[in-house]
Design a protein around this ligand. Structure first.
Ligand code: ARG
Length: 276
């Protein structure tokens, strides 16, 4: 009896071992050369939309125009980890996913949240930031838009193809939602009185309040940010599993060491020092 039992265990053991080997082959990155490809070309190309301080924005430093920000610092860490140079491709947010799918860029770092819709077409890293949405208005209107009803018939801006567009259309019913590819155009139009409000994420709104004292305010109307629209992640091509694994490793390291939090503050400082 005892012997049979032992034998049985042996077989089970062997089966488990074989299973582990097979699982190792299929789930690991051995068939995916996404990391190697980047290392072979020596450059990591990151796509972004530099209208989103403190995540990504242009500055002029030492007479040179450059794109900096929290996302760009993370991108640099990923490039360093891969041992390659970083190249930033600046484009409008709505084009980023198709540029990724069309192999024009290797990763997207653009304050992009991992919605269920996007998950169908791209892969996402683990989360590195959490956001919620607010309505940015002119300072003089700070107390005018307290309820959804008060926004009825108003002109509300949202960046095209973003979660802000969905939130504006679904939650600010009765308003006219105006979308554009570049967020900074919308926030300028808000100051010019062409728009009554712009749906943005909290950190972006805070940034405008700091950058332009006395010009903007956050309206009291409550917007709900669905769970799937809160987590900011790096986007990669679906097949690039090895690359996503590396990105996750870098993010985990930055989070554990406390650097991730520091970098966000550094990005905010850069913005107040050099941003316009
Ligand atoms: N988090 C929002 C989204 O993923 C907006 C991101 C906009 N990013 C930018 N760089 N303009 O839809």
């Amino acid at each position: 009896m005892k012997k049979v039992f032992k034998k049985g265990l042996g077989v089970i053991g062997a089966t488990i071992a074989l299973g582990l080997v097979l699982a190792g082959c299929s789930s690991s990155s051995s068939s995916d050369n996404s990391v190697k490809k980047i290392q072979d070309k020596g450059t990591l190309v990151v796509g972004t939309s530099a209208d989103y301080a403190p995540f990504e924005f242009p500055i002029v430093k030492d007479g040179k125009k450059q794109i900096v920000g929290y996302d760009m610092m993370i991108a640099q860490k990923i490039a360093d980890n891969l041992g390659v140079k970083l190249k930033i491709e600046n484009t409008e947010f709505p084009s980023l996913i198709s540029e990724l799918k069309g192999n024009k860029i290797d990763l997207v770092l653009a304050g992009m949240v991992s919605t269920n819709e996007r998950r169908k077409v791209v892969a996402f890293s683990k989360s590195y930031y959490t956001v919620k949405n607010v309505l940015l208005v002119q300072k003089k209107d700070a107390d005018s838009f307290n309820t959804v009803a008060s926004v009825k018939g108003k002109q509300i801006g949202a960046q095209q193809t973003t979660t802000q567009e969905t939130i504006a259309k679904n939650q600010l019913k009765g308003s006219n939602v105006i979308t554009e590819g570049v967020l900074t155009s919308l926030t300028t139009e808000l100051l010019q009185g062409k728009l009554d409000g712009v749906v943005v994420e909290n950190e972006i709104a805070d940034n405008y309040l700091k950058q332009f004292p006395g010009k903007y305010a956050i309206a009291k109307v409550k917007l709900n940010t669905p769970k799937e629209q809160r987590s900011v992640n790096v986007a990669a091509r679906k097949g690039d599993k090895a690359l996503v694994k590396r990105v996750n490793k870098v993010i985990t390291k930055l989070q554990k060491s406390g650097e991730m939090t520091k970098m966000f503050k550094q990005a905010q400082e850069l913005q107040s020092k050099y941003g316009k």
